[in-house]
Ligand binder design. Structure first.
Ligand code: ZN
Length: 241
């Protein structure tokens, strides 16, 4: 317990600032933003997976069509060969069969080439989709870790708030209610930083150099004066030797 009213007010302010910080942490943990980013990224990756899965299906379909075409052309070529072997052809028919054979071979070459291309494209897009799936799994693991972190930091903050509130209550019980009231009004006005300490001729918060006459005046009112510049509660003589 602080041994003077000045020290007690400084302690009260320290508790209140810490309380505000812990309450903010309990309501809005720092890791929450990280979790939001992770979830947003995970959602984008899910969209990408859907898109890539669609492209894998398209690729598989294209490959299966090309493979049908290859089979069909191969069968036609075989049938043509069979006719050439078994049928008696005149010169004109022979020429037609040769031309037909060349055309079918050309189409088969094209289909084979397209098949290779389609297979390479399918492999590439399948690889991309698998990578996206792995990335999504990593993001989910990370998000679960951050969620656990958030839960535990919220619990810690709530515990700290309860502890600080108890400390505050004990401290306030030792103080003159008039002083506590003045502190609370100033705390609202100065957004939690209502109390400053005089070090030499400088108050610790506003840090304005006081005139010798003001310093003298403050010492006359010690331990609790008012800063002539910023009007905060000015603690004089604490930790000054
Ligand atoms: Zn001041």
């Amino acid at each position: 317990m602080p041994n003077s009213e000045g020290a007690a007010l400084l302690e009260l302010q320290r508790i209140d600032l810490e309380l505000a910080r812990e309450r903010a942490q309990a309501e809005h943990p720092a890791a929450l933003e990280r979790l939001k980013t992770l979830l947003a990224t995970s959602k984008r990756v899910s969209g990408l997976i859907t898109q890539l899965t669609g492209r894998v299906k398209d690729g598989e379909m294209e490959l299966s069509e090309l493979s049908n075409e290859q089979e069909h052309l191969t069968a036609e070529i075989e049938a043509l060969k069979e006719r050439a072997r078994t049928e008696v052809m005149d010169h004109r028919q022979q020429a037609w069969a040769n031309e037909q054979h060349a055309s079918l071979m050309k189409r088969l070459d094209k289909a084979n080439y397209a098949g290779e291309q389609a297979l390479a494209a399918l492999d590439a897009v399948t690889k991309k989709r698998d990578e996206a799936r792995a990335a999504k799994a990593r993001l989910e693991r990370e998000a679960n870790k951050v969620k656990a972190e958030i839960r535990s930091s919220m619990e810690d903050a709530r515990r700290a708030v309860a502890e600080l509130a108890r400390e505050r209550e004990e401290l306030v019980a030792t103080l003159d209610p008039g002083i506590v009231d003045a502190y609370e009004r100033a705390s609202k006005r100065f957004d939690g930083l209502a109390v400053e300490e005089l070090h030499g001729n400088r108050p610790s918060v506003c840090n304005m150099a006081l005139e010798p006459k003001s310093v003298e005046d403050a010492w006359r009112r010690a331990p609790i004066a008012t800063c002539p510049y910023c009007r905060r509660i000015l603690i004089v003589g604490e930790g000054e030797g």
